[in-house]
Design a protein around this ligand. Structure first.
Ligand SMILES: Cc1cc2nc3c(=O)[nH]c(=O)nc-3n(C[C@H](O)[C@H](O)[C@H](O)COP(=O)(O)OP(=O)(O)OC[C@H]3O[C@@H](n4cnc5c(N)ncnc54)[C@H](O)[C@@H]3O)c2cc1C
Length: 404
């Protein structure tokens, strides 16, 4: 029995780990092994896009232990905040939130009550409603402008208007259980590339883009397989996308800068930013020790669409725009040791109205399986944990179907 897996991101690699003892496997990867969690190495290795874990990431945490990396998993309560008019406000503790000047006490109270109510709502019932519309009706214009719009912009860029209320409610429910001291997040000290490398053990990875054809059997790059597991973003299916009649899912793109700064920007790990070309500043060395890298490492994160002019800009142009915005935070070009731009064309589905009905099933046709960012475990947040779960679940389904 021969199976082809398309994509060596976490979904594909997790699926391969599960199937490798039962079948002959080939994993096709057209870019970097690790996919969105691949790393940039510069004496040390760090993810091209910021990554952290949560205590609830059961599949991820179990896998890390299973791969013998449990002792490298570290947890830290980090500060999160908001930047307004070039000033950074930590909003990590109840006291800091109370002191935040851009929201009235009344709005802060309304927000707290909304969070409690959200956890009790059946989010699925709100899939056909736009988040911004519902929030405006429920909470009013001010909270929308001062809180939700910057938050949604940081996550979805220009697509924030389309996001469904179901997504927002589901997301509030999983992310609002913060401790009094702030948010606790986890990281694999010295980088998630260690996990990716161990996942590749005894897996044959073919460094080619996969072209899939149907000629009685499933054929990938000229070779026949009994089954194919497709774990790449759906638009990468090309012509097969129409054949399978998938509902249209729009994706967003990520443009992230990684910078080495001469001095730290603040003591906050995650800062949502209003009115800039990036929606968030993530200071990695406010999370992991400076000594692990010997320099202050900061990500500037932005989300856009594959069709946007911004996504198509040359790296130097994006650098220029980002550095100009960073000046508002007192960072001059001479404070920057180096900057690198990383782009991902399909970095997440856009959780638009009606998205829940579009979640992709694992089995699409006889011998053809799809798993990854649009699978159920990746709702409401595509994540390492969600993709690992999808990879494991699709492998379990294949084992059942093929009697392995
Ligand atoms: C900016 C950013 C920040 C993130 N932060 C976090 C975080 O803090 N915590 C967290 O848990 N998750 C985070 N994530 C999400 C996490 O990285 C992803 O959910 C997960 O890595 C996706 O894995 P995947 O295998 O499903 O998809 P991908 O990583 O996209 O893997 C798919 C693979 O398929 C390959 N491929 C595409 N087409 C073909 C083809 N034709 N032939 C062969 N190969 C092909 C691609 O090159 C890619 O390697 C973040 C993602 C981004 C973009």
């Amino acid at each position: 029995m021969k199976i082809a897996i398309v994509g060596a991101g976490l979904t594909g690699l997790r699926c391969a780990m599960e199937l490798k003892e039962f079948v002959k496997l080939k994993v096709f990867e057209k870019n970097s092994v690790g996919g969105l969690v691949s790393s940039f190495c510069n004496g040390y290795c760090i993810e091209k896009f910021y990554h952290h874990a949560f205590r609830t990431d059961e599949e991820l945490l179990n896998l890390i232990k299973k791969l013998g990396l449990g002792s490298k998993l570290v947890w830290k309560t980090v500060k999160v905040g908001f930047a307004k008019d070039g000033k950074i406000y930590s909003l990590s503790t109840p006291l800091e939130i109370l002191r935040y000047p851009y929201m009235s006490i009344f709005d802060k109270f309304k927000l707290a009550m909304f969070t409690i109510r959200s956890r009790k709502k059946k989010f699925e019932e709100f899939d056909d409603i736009e988040a911004l519309k519902a929030l405006k009706e429920e909470l009013g214009e001010k909270l929308l402008e001062n809180f939700f719009i910057p938050m949604l912009n940081a996550k979805f860029g220009e697509n924030s208007k389309q996001v469904s209320y179901a997504w927002l409610l589901a997301r509030v429910a999983i992310r609002s259980n913060r401790k009094l001291k702030g948010e606790e997040i986890g990281y694999l000290r010295h980088g998630f590339h260690q996990m990716v490398e161990r996942m590749c053990d005894e897996v044959e990875i073919v460094r080619e883009g996969a072209k899939i054809k149907r000629n009685g059997k499933w054929n990938v790059n000229g070779e026949d397989f009994d089954a194919v597991v497709f774990t790449a973003p759906l638009p990468e299916l090309g012509e097969l996308l129409n054949k399978f009649n998938f509902p249209e899912i729009r994706y967003q793109s990520s443009v992230c800068a990684l910078l080495s700064l001469k001095k730290s920007l603040s003591d906050v790990y995650w800062i949502n930013v209003d009115k800039a070309n990036f929606g968030a500043i993530i200071e990695h060395t406010n999370f992991m020790p400076f000594e692990d890298y010997g320099e202050n490492l900061v990500y500037l994160a932005s989300y856009t669409t594959p069709e946007s002019n911004f996504f198509r800009l040359r790296d130097e142009e994006i650098e220029r725009l980002f550095l100009k915005d960073l000046e508002k935070f007192g960072v001059k070009s001479e404070d920057v040791n180096w900057i690198r731009i990383f782009k991902a064309k399909f970095s997440s589905p856009i959780y638009e109205k009606g998205f829940l009905k579009k979640i992709t099933p694992y089995k699409v046709s006889d011998g053809f399986y799809v798993a990854g960012m649009t699978s159920k475990p990746n709702y409401p947040e595509r994540s390492m944990n969600g993709s690992l779960t999808a990879g494991k679940e699709v492998a379990e389904q294949i084992k059942r179907d093929l009697g392995l």
